[in-house]
Design a protein around this ligand. Structure first.
Ligand SMILES: NC(=O)C1=CN([C@@H]2O[C@H](COP(=O)(O)OP(=O)(O)OC[C@H]3O[C@@H](n4cnc5c(N)ncnc54)[C@H](OP(=O)(O)O)[C@@H]3O)[C@@H](O)[C@H]2O)C=CC1
Ligand SMILES: Nc1nc2c(ncn2[C@@H]2O[C@H](COP(=O)(O)O)[C@@H](O)[C@H]2O)c(=O)[nH]1
Length: 327
């Protein structure tokens, strides 16, 4: 690896504006043959998404990925979504029961539009075998596989049949993988994304470490088609986490999928729980993200998201924040 940097070390360089209003800028993105309003997907975590939010996002033109932590509800979920003519986008693991689940879907002709293989260490034979299993039995489902952090991993998963790969090992806000194992892309997620994107021949989803809306534009600049976000989506009125009050302020819980709160045991814990300030409605955040991204596109000198992919940038070592605490 040559240049190692993260989101806060980068500034994108403005190019001449070609629009009269930021409202002319188009933030839509296409993935798996479907067009979505934003290149953003809320993390497939139990305190970030539930069925109600999935329906809301799908009905309103946003991409979503349902989590895999209530496996017994997934078939009904697919049926319900498709009976409303909405896309069905689910997650699976790699244990033996997940193989049976895929066979059952095939037998019952329940074909989700998107299936995400959601594993901590995605560069593994377990994920490669699951990609092949899904592609054999549900060839029309778009398979997202992850998570990975190297070009070799991206190539291997693509070669096995993945339609997109998800990049990010340990940059998440509630992640403790970096501390517990010493491994990951925490602290250099943006550089890892760039490294992986150079090797990719299919879309990449950048996952984890997004702390500001400007980080979405930076992810697109460094090769992401889509960006998965947890913490910025936690704490909304609609968010599934529990609400608590402290000194007159409302907070909502946000916990890692590998935390003891998710697992119900202390074995192989690589995630923690935190409380985030209550943020109001999810739609307000989505609208603000869209407006900020429209502004990014205008600074990139274009009208579409693709304009961001070609802008110049500088590395501003020791952070663009000049010591200001912004999150
Ligand atoms: N993006 C990230 O940085 C991370 C995300 N997570 C999230 O936590 C959740 C749980 O993940 P995960 O533990 O993989 O899921 P599971 O608990 O479903 O484990 C999946 C399988 O992979 C094995 N496994 C897990 N980690 C490793 C590893 N490092 N090396 C070899 N085998 C492994 C498990 O066996 P066994 O448990 O016996 O080893 C199990 O057989 C997921 O939602 C994941 O996205 C977790 C950590 C990092
Ligand atoms: N190491 C861990 N990573 C986790 C865990 N649960 C989720 N995640 C990853 O974090 C992102 C969200 O990151 P954020 O910075 O936007 O909050 C999520 O999509 C997963 O990839 C965990 O327990 N351990």
């Amino acid at each position: 690896m040559d240049n190692v940097f993260d989101y806060e070390d980068i500034q994108l360089i403005p190019a001449k504006c070609i629009v009269e209003s930021r409202s002319e800028c188009d933030t839509t993105v296409t993935l798996g043959g479907h067009t979505f309003k934003l290149p953003v997907v809320p993390a497939n975590m139990q305190t970030i998404i539930d069925e109600k939010i999935a329906v809301y996002l799908a009905e309103n033109g946003y991409f979503y990925i349902m989590h895999r932590f209530q496996p017994e509800t997934r078939k009904t979920f697919i049926r319900d979504m498709q009976s409303r003519e909405l896309i069905a986008s689910i997650s699976v693991g790699v244990k033996s029961e997940e193989y049976d689940f895929i066979l059952q879907l095939a037998e019952e002709n329940l074909v989700p539009e998107f299936i995400t293989i959601d594993i901590a260490h995605g560069h593994s034979n377990a994920v490669i075998a699951m990609i092949k299993h899904i592609k054999m039995h549900l060839p029309n489902s778009f398979v997202i596989a992850g998570n990975v952090g190297t070009p070799e991993a991206v190539r291997e998963l693509e070669h096995a049949g993945a339609d997109a790969t998800k990049v990010g090992i340990g940059p998440g806000k509630v992640c403790i993988t970096k501390i517990k194992t010493g491994f990951g892309t925490g602290g250099w997620q943006l550089a890892a994304l760039r490294w992986c994107a150079k090797a990719a021949s299919k879309p990449i989803i950048a996952d984890g470490g997004i702390r500001t809306h400007g980080d979405i534009a930076k992810s697109v600049r460094f090769g992401a088609t889509m960006v998965m976000i947890g913490s910025l989506f936690a704490g909304h009125e609609e968010s599934p986490g529990e609400t608590t009050e402290k000194e007159g302020k409302l907070y909502k819980e946000y916990f890692g999928s590998a935390s003891e709160f998710q697992k119900g045991e202390k074995k192989n814990v690589e995630g923690k729980k935190m409380f985030v300030e209550h943020k109001g409605s999810l739609q307000d955040t989505l609208t603000e993200m869209e407006q900020d991204l429209q502004s990014s596109i205008s600074y990139a000198g274009g009208k579409k998201l693709d304009a961001i992919r070609n802008v110049d940038y500088v590395i501003v070592k020791n952070s663009i924040f000049n010591g200001d605490k912004v999150y």
